[in-house]
Structures are given as C-alpha cells and as structure tokens.
Ligand binder design. Structure first.
Ligand code: NAD
Ligand code: TDX
Length: 355
C-alpha cells in the first residue's frame, strides 16, 4: 500500500534525514513537508529531494489550523510523521514561550485537524499519527539507575522536556479517548548530518575548525545515550509500518558516553582528519564552563521493546557514526558557515556569556 505522508518539521535535522530515508525507500509514496523554517529549519536540507514528482514543500506553521486542514484534505494524507518542535534545551531556558506554543499548541492543532480528517474519511484503519518525542521526558538518572523503559514515570526537568511531555500526554489521550491511531516514540540523543550548529557534536566540530574554545558544561560527566540519525529514521519507519496504535516505543543506541569523553573522541578525529587546524592538539581548546541550569545528569534507554517486537536494532557504532559525522561537517562547510549568522552569534553570546 502506498502512503501519503505529511512530515512536519521536515526541514530540520531529523525530519530532513527522515525525508531522505523515506523518499529512497518508498519512491511511490507521496511526501509533503510542512515546516515554518524557523532558525533551525533549512530548505537546503531537502535539496536532494526537491523536484521529485512525489515531493512537495509547504512553508507554514503547525499552529495554523487552516493550512494543516488544507494539506490533509488536498493531499489526502493518511500518515503524519510529526517532528516539528523547538528542540534545543538551552533556548528553552532563555525563552520557554515558543516551546509551549509549538510543542504543545502546535501538536494539539495537528491532533485536532487529524481527528477531523480521519473522522470525515470514516476512520480508515491504515491511518497513522506518529509523534516523535524524546527520552528527556523521563527526567534524569543516577549512575546506578536502570535505563528508561516505556513505563518509567514522566519527570521532565527543562521547559523543553516539559513541553514535549505535555505533547506526549495529548497524543496518548487522543488514542484513549477517540481511538485515533497514534504512535509515540521516545528517542535518545541523535547525531549525524544536517544537525544545527548549536547542538553538542556539530558545535564541537565547528569550533575546532575555527579555533574557538570548546565549552563543556559543569564537570563534563553528564551522560547521554547517542544514536546515529539514520538508525533513528529506520526505527521510525518500522514503527509507522508495524507499530501498534496507542503504543509507545523507546529508541536508543546503547551508547552511553560522558560528554567529556565524547568531546575527546571528536578532538582526536579532528586532529586525524585536519592537518592544519588553528589549534593542535584540539583538546587544548576544551574549556569547562558554567553548568546548564537544571542540567540532567544521565539519560539511558532500554530499547528492548522495539528490538523484540519490531525487530529494530541500531546498526552504526559510535566510532563509525562519529567518523561519518565529522567527515560530513568537514565536507559541508558551505552548509554550516551561513548558519553562523549575526542572530546565531547573539544567541551564542547569551548562552556562553564568558566569550
Ligand atoms: P530541529 O530543531 O533540528 O528541527 C525542528 C524543525 O521544526 C525545523 O525545521 C523548524 O523549522 C521546524 N519548526 C519549528 N517550529 C515549527 C512550527 N511552529 N511549525 C512548523 N515547523 C516548525 O529538531 P530535530 O533535532 O530535528 O528534532 C526533531 C524532533 O525530534 C523534535 O520533535 C525533537 O523533540 C525530537 N527529538 C530530537 C532528538 C535530538 O537528539 N535532536 C532526540 C529525540 C527526539
Ligand atoms: O556547548 C555545550 N556544552 C555541553 O557541555 C552544549 C551545546 C551541550 N553540552 C552538553 C549538554 C548535554 O549534557 O552536552 C550534552 C548534549 O547537549 P545537546 O546537544 O544540547 O543535547 P541535549 O540537551 O542532551 O538534548 C538533545 O537530545 C535530546 C536534543 O537537543 C533534544 O532535542 C533531544 O530531545
């Protein structure tokens, strides 16, 4: 069966990787991207699929009900893959309002529009609403705690994770109340091509290349569970095709790494790949800076449910994935240089006020 997909946030990091994956794997499916092109959205992320007859890009806000209704109807959408969000924790600390608006109100708008569209079409069993969420909704783990499972109670600690938790609860309620065929995924930290420069891995790669200090928050011993973005996209594919409506699936890489160790790994790759770095060894650029407010200590995912029930496992190891990612940022200087705009520099000064 071919699908007509609406991908919200498809011009962002994971959304664009997902669109590439889907267009390659299912060339007969229709893919419509709805994206507001905020600072994090970039039409160039979709350059390789623009021009395909089964692809269409619409610039618009997920909070705009009329535009959402119009796309659902005119494109006869049967599947929503919902990525659009404000996604950066540090920005949510500086200004939480946009997070509540897009992540909560935007998700609510999509749910309402899809509920109406699904009902008008006599509730077809193949319809799906996939909500792409995060492991951050579960809060923070101590070193000896078991990894997050699908039954771990929610305990979000940042405005970002609280807004994602709010949206998860709404999605869950639409299944339980209306029987709408929703699916929720909670994934760990992604990395790979097209990630905006503000996030840890691209930030460290870019700063090393331009000889800027590498800001590590606090003692650098916070732990994240890293997953290569292509593996996340394959997991979302199996959840859309084989996931059971109403269910939640945790997705993770089984790759717990302390931030400081990750930064060291990146520095070593940079030293290996780039002979003429402004500062060598690049570890000399590492600077411990004031900690992020409310900084979660450790995230870790127990992904046995999706592994056992849907037969998904990550395929890219952390060392392979970091190598691929560093190579991409080295080759794609023309992609990231324009993103270091005046607006970005102003944001950077606010977060890293020591510079
Ligand atoms: P991103 O910030 O790179 O991209 C977000 C995209 O959404 C951008 O293209 C932006 O223009 C668009 N957008 C923002 N507000 C919008 C609005 N109101 N209307 C329409 N489009 C809007 O984010 P990402 O890292 O690709 O994350 C995608 C999703 O995956 C998010 O929902 C995030 O919570 C979730 N997630 C991310 C990670 C991660 O490590 N990056 C991990 C787990 C889950
Ligand atoms: O300059 C930095 N220095 C630093 O030490 C930055 C940007 C980050 N960090 C630390 C904070 C975190 O412990 O590195 C870790 C990773 O930081 P981010 O890349 O900002 O990711 P995180 O806050 O963990 O959230 C990410 O993963 C879960 C995504 O941004 C979220 O959208 C996703 O839900």
């Amino acid at each position: 069966m071919s699908r007509q997909l609406l991908v919200t946030g498809g011009a962002g990091f994971i959304g664009a990787n997902f669109v590439h994956h889907w267009c390659q794997a299912y060339p007969d499916d229709r893919v419509v991207v709805l994206d507001a092109l905020t600072y994090a959205g970039n039409r160039r992320n979709l350059a390789t699929v623009e021009g395909r007859k089964n692809f269409c890009f619409v610039q618009g806000d997920i909070c705009d009900r009329s535009i959402v209704d119009q796309i659902l109807q005119s494109e006869n959408i049967d599947t929503i893959a919902h990525f659009a969000a404000e996604s950066h924790v540090d920005r949510s600390i500086l200004g939480p309002g946009a997070f509540v608006q897009t992540n909560v109100v935007g998700t609510f708008t999509l749910l309402e529009a899809f509920r109406q569209h699904w009902g008008v079409n006599s509730k077809p069993p193949a319809y799906r609403f996939l909500h792409v969420s995060t492991d951050e909704v579960y809060g923070s783990l101590s070193p000896d705690d078991a990894p997050f499972s699908e039954t771990t109670p929610y305990a979000p600690n940042s405005p970002y994770s609280a807004s994602k938790a709010g949206s998860d609860h709404l999605v869950r309620a639409y299944y339980h109340t209306y029987g709408m065929p929703t699916l929720i995924t909670n994934c760990s930290n992604n990395y790979g091509p097209y990630q905006f420069p503000e996030k840890l891995i691209p930030l460290m790669c870019i700063n090393t290349l331009i000889g800027k200090s590498l800001p590590v928050y606090g003692d650098g011993k916070n732990v994240r569970d890293w997953l290569y973005v292509g593996d996340h996209c394959r997991a979302l594919d199996v959840v859309i095709h084989s996931g059971i409506p109403g269910e939640t699936y945790n997705i993770g890489g089984n790759n717990e790494v302390e931030n400081i160790n990750l930064v060291h790994m990146l520095c070593h790759l940079m030293d290996e790949f780039v002979p003429n770095l402004p500062v060598r060894p690049s570890t000399d650029l590492i600077t411990f800076v004031k900690d992020r407010l409310g900084h979660d200590r450790r995230y870790a995912i127990n992904a046995t449910k999706i592994q056992n029930q849907l037969h998904w496992t990550p395929s890219v190891t952390i060392s392979e994935g970091l190598r691929l990612t560093v190579e991409w940022y080295l080759q794609e200087r023309n992609w990231w240089e324009p993103l270091l705009s005046e607006e970005y520099q102003a944001y950077y000064r606010k977060v890293y006020s020591y510079t």
